[in-house]
Structure formats: structure tokens, C-alpha cells
Design a protein around this ligand. Structure first.
Ligand code: NAD
Length: 266
């Protein structure tokens, strides 16, 4: 490998390489204490960004922040009133915090439906709103919204989740249009099932409900639509988020990048 090509390569551990270096940039990752968010926080920190891990789970956020030399922000993003007057000085915003609730529509608890929309649509809106003035001042900003294949496709029993992720897609596109003249991009990342605590809980629940082994849940229920029969790893999602944060992705905006093993190719 030549020096030039080596300098453009991505180190396996996510360390900075030329064109991917985020030194001097600040990054905020919501739901950064676990799963995909934690993988994003790790990768952005490894690339040199000053990372803030925002999460309701204060202990885990502090633990990860301590490990990464990052900042922890203990915040309940359901408390949206507190976000209305917020001003965020961040160059990169990863809207990642999310939860799942599974229930048939006619039994779906209205309060839980509202919770999912608040956490996964209203909070991202308020955080984008809080971050844009700083991004506009700097003429640079990267907003990455962790959507889902469920931002593009529906599944039964996931009315609130599918509704919220479809709404996030719209919010991301409007942000792209308004942010474009200011050097701010906004994109969605759309994974299929990712190996995280959120999915581990679903696998265990489904195995109990159907009376089948957990591996059968993964292969026969979760991955029926996927051409590649394995879960996505959080680090794979983070690698795409990391690329979207670089200057090289400056012309990528208003887009939705699937990482779903071919699910949405159908
Ligand atoms: P996870 O459960 O591992 O992590 C979610 C994090 O969000 C947790 O640290 C949790 O404490 C935090 N959080 C939850 N409620 C919060 C609140 N009110 N305020 C602040 N923080 C809060 O989940 P994950 O699988 O890493 O999911 C992250 C994102 O990726 C979600 O938006 C999810 O919808 C999306 N996603 C996940 C998958 C998957 O298969 N795991 C697939 C597609 C999209």
C-alpha cells in the first residue's frame, strides 16, 4: 500500500485517517450510552471529535464518556419543554435515541404512541432547531438521523415506530433543504435489525411468544425479508455515520442510506 493510499484508508479501530479526521469538530450523540449510539460515539471520538454522550441512562453515559474522554449529558429527551430554549454548540448531531413498542393497533396504548413520537420526532426536531444557529455561524454542520428500514417500509404491530421513523425521514429532508445554503447536510441511515440491547429484548420476547429458539426468531421472523441472513453490527452503522460526518460527504444531503441486507430491495 502506498503512503497516499494508506493515508486515505480507514483504520480498523476507527482511528482518524486523512479525509476522515474530525479533530476540531464537536459531536453530540443522543442515546449514546448503548448500541448504535455508543458505536457512533466511539467512532467519532476515535476520529478526533469532541463527543457528548447524551442519554437518560446517566451511569452508562458517564462510563462511556469517561472511557472516551468525552462529555456526558444526562437528559430525558421526553422532557421536550426543557429542550425548547436550548442552544447547542455542536458541529455534528446524531439523532439516535429511540425505543420500540410492539402491539396491534387496536390495543396500542395511546400514551406509548405519544411517547415514541415525542422521543423519535419531536426531540430530534428540537435538537436540530437548537443546533442550526451554531452550524449556520460556522458554515458547516452534519445532521445524521438514525432512522430504520421502518422509515421506508412498514411492519405489523409497530404503528408508533413506523410512524415516527417515517416522520423523521420528512424532518431530515426539510432540514437538508434549509441547511444546504449554510453548509449543513442532513441524512438518514436506515438499518435493518442491528445487534443491540433493543433487538436482544425483541428476540427474547418473540422467542417466548412463539415458543421457538432465539436463533429461529432471528432467521425465520426478523430476517425473512433480508437477502443476507445476519444481524447488522452497530459498528457497521457507525462507519456510515462517520463517513456522512466528513467533508467528503458534503454533497450528500436529504438522502436515506439503507443498511438492511437487501430487505428494501424487494
Ligand atoms: P438501544 O436500546 O441499545 O439504545 C438506545 C439508547 O437510547 C439507550 O442508551 C437509552 O438509554 C437511550 N434512550 C432511551 N430513551 C431515552 C430518553 N427518553 N432520553 C434519552 N435517551 C434515551 O437501542 P439501539 O438499537 O442502539 O437503537 C438506537 C437507534 O437505532 C434507535 O433510534 C432505533 O430506532 C434505531 N434502530 C435500531 C435498530 C436495531 O435493530 N437495533 C434498527 C434500525 C434502527
Amino acid at each position: 500500500m502506498t503512503t497516499a493510499s494508506r493515508s486515505e484508508s480507514v483504520a480498523g479501530d476507527g482511528r482518524a485517517t486523512a479525509g476522515q479526521d474530525l479533530t476540531g469538530r464537536s459531536a453530540l450523540v443522543t442515546g449514546g450510552a448503548s448500541g448504535i449510539g455508543a458505536a457512533c460515539a466511539r467512532l467519532l471520538a476515535a476520529r478526533g471529535a469532541a463527543v457528548t454522550v447524551a442519554d437518560i441512562d446517566e451511569r452508562s453515559a458517564k462510563e462511556l464518556a469517561g472511557e472516551l474522554g468525552a462529555r456526558a449529558w444526562a437528559v430525558d429527551l421526553l422532557d421536550v419543554t426543557a429542550l425548547e430554549d436550548l442552544r447547542l454548540e455542536t458541529d455534528i448531531l446524531v439523532n439516535n435515541a429511540g425505543v420500540q413498542r410492539i402491539s396491534p393497533l387496536e390495543q396500542f396504548p395511546p400514551e406509548q404512541f405519544r411517547h415514541l413520537l415525542t422521543l423519535m420526532v419531536e426531540a430530534p426536531f428540537l435538537l436540530i432547531r437548537a443546533a442550526l444557529p451554531h452550524m449556520y455561524d460556522r458554515g458547516f454542520g452534519r445532521i445524521v438521523n438514525i432512522s430504520s428500514v421502518h422509515g421506508l417500509r412498514a411492519s405489523a404491530y409497530k404503528s408508533a415506530y413506523v410512524t415516527a421513523k417515517h416522520a423523521l425521514e420528512g424532518l431530515s429532508k426539510v432540514t437538508a433543504l434549509e441547511g444546504g445554503p449554510h453548509g449543513v447536510t442532513s441524512n438518514c441511515v436506515n438499518p435493518g435489525y442491528v445487534r443491540t440491547p433493543l433487538v436482544d429484548r425483541q428476540i427474547a420476547d418473540q422467542a417466548r411468544a412463539h415458543g421457538i429458539p432465539e436463533q429461529a426468531v432471528i432467521e425465520q421472523i426478523m430476517l425473512t425479508e433480508s437477502a443476507i441472513k445476519r444481524l447488522v453490527e452497530p459498528e457497521e452503522v457507525a462507519s456510515l455515520v462517520g463517513w456522512l460526518a466528513t467533508p467528503a460527504a458534503g454533497m450528500v444531503t436529504g438522502a436515506s442510506y439503507t443498511m438492511d441486507g437487501g430487505w428494501s430491495a424487494r
